[in-house]
Design a binder for this molecule. Structure first.
Ligand code: ES4
Ligand code: ZN
Length: 322
């Protein structure tokens, strides 16, 4: 059973987290950077737990030093995604990893990403949109210049604002300045919550940051009232089951809450998060959902439809990918 060619819409990926280890190793060699400690002997990324994962992630990012590097990254990532049937992908991009949050530098990086995305669309028929994310463990002060980069470049390619990084650092409300700025500029919002934090983290994120989507959100399952509220309010969860299973944020596939959330009427979508870090692809996610929960074409069509409706793009793009 393989779902490789089934068309897929993916809302939750981290651009640098989609970088194949061989790609990062190649950049490190070109620049004579020694990051050998972040790889296993078999060439895969090596880390012990989520906090260490974030450190390895940032070490991998040190090899991405120019707009041209990001151009190459976007080309490589979209070729791979398209090979798994992905027709539309949203990816988190962080000005912190592209010139350190400086707006002028960010514009150069963004131009390189956009031209790579346009070429990939022509070559592979895949559309990419970017969601600017602040990094939670860099703190609320670092989130402000990130929000400025977001509102200044909000447009055809940059279609939303969000937050990634260490979920247990601070509280969602600490980041309200950045989210208020993005919301006032009309940007759609999403935030990682309920991957490591409990239902309270999801509830506080909705109340204080007023996001339309939640990254992960799976721990909401621990609070029946919150699940009902998510269903009533039409909040979309960007669920990444393979990531959760690999990082042990949840139990194994058979215990994964995606089925119960869906049964409760919550809008769920399926994404890979950081595919090479978590040994997954969109094909693997679909295969495992079919194998574990018996999902078939009707289920995958519904998931795609939910993702299409929750996508942070304009209606012309939506019509093109539908
Ligand atoms: C991430 Cl899985 C995950 N969670 C939070 N922040 C991240 N950045 C990259 N991957
Ligand atoms: Zn994520």
């Amino acid at each position: 059973m393989t779902h490789k060619t089934l068309p897929k819409i993916e809302l939750h990926t981290h651009l640098e987290g989609c970088a194949p280890p061989a790609f990062i190793r190649g950049l490190a060699k070109e620049k004579s950077l020694d990051i050998s400690g972040i790889f296993n002997p078999d060439g895969t990324y090596a880390y012990r737990d989520f906090d260490h994962f974030l450190q390895v992630y940032e070490a991998a990012c040190t090899t991405l030093q120019s707009p041209q590097d990001f151009y190459r990254l976007v080309k490589a990532v979209l070729e791979e995604s398209a090979s798994h049937g992905v027709v539309y992908q949203e990816t988190f991009v962080s000005p912190d990893f592209c010139g350190g949050g400086d707006l002028a530098a960010w514009r150069d990086y963004l131009a390189a990403m956009e031209s790579a995305a346009a070429e990939a669309e022509a070559e592979h028929g895949i559309t990419l949109k970017g969601i600017i994310t602040c990094i939670r463990h860099f703190g609320p002060d670092a989130a402000k210049p990130t929000a400025i980069c977001a509102v200044e470049t909000f447009g055809d390619f940059i279609t939303g604002f969000g937050m990634a990084g260490g979920e247990m650092v601070g509280r969602p409300g600490d980041y309200d300045y950045a989210f208020d700025m993005a919301r006032e500029a009309g940007m759609p919002l999403t935030c990682h919550a309920g991957e490591w934090g409990g239902p309270d983290m999801v509830a506080d994120t909705l109340r204080d940051l007023k996001v339309q989507r939640i990254g992960h959100g799976v721990n909401a399952i621990q609070d029946t009232n919150l699940v009902a509220e998510l269903a009533d309010n039409g909040v979309t969860l960007e669920v990444c089951p393979g990531s959760n299973v690999f990082l042990q944020a949840t139990g194994g596939w058979s215990d994964h809450p995606i089925q119960k959330l869906r049964d409760a009427g919550v809008k769920v979508t399926v994404s890979t998060d950081d595919p090479p870090f978590f040994a997954t692809t969109m094909t693997h996610e679909f295969d495992m959902l079919a194998r574990t929960f018996g999902w078939g074409d009707a289920d995958f069509n519904e998931i795609n439809q939910t993702a299409l409706e929750a996508a942070f793009c304009d209606d012309a793009t939506r019509a093109k990918i539908a």
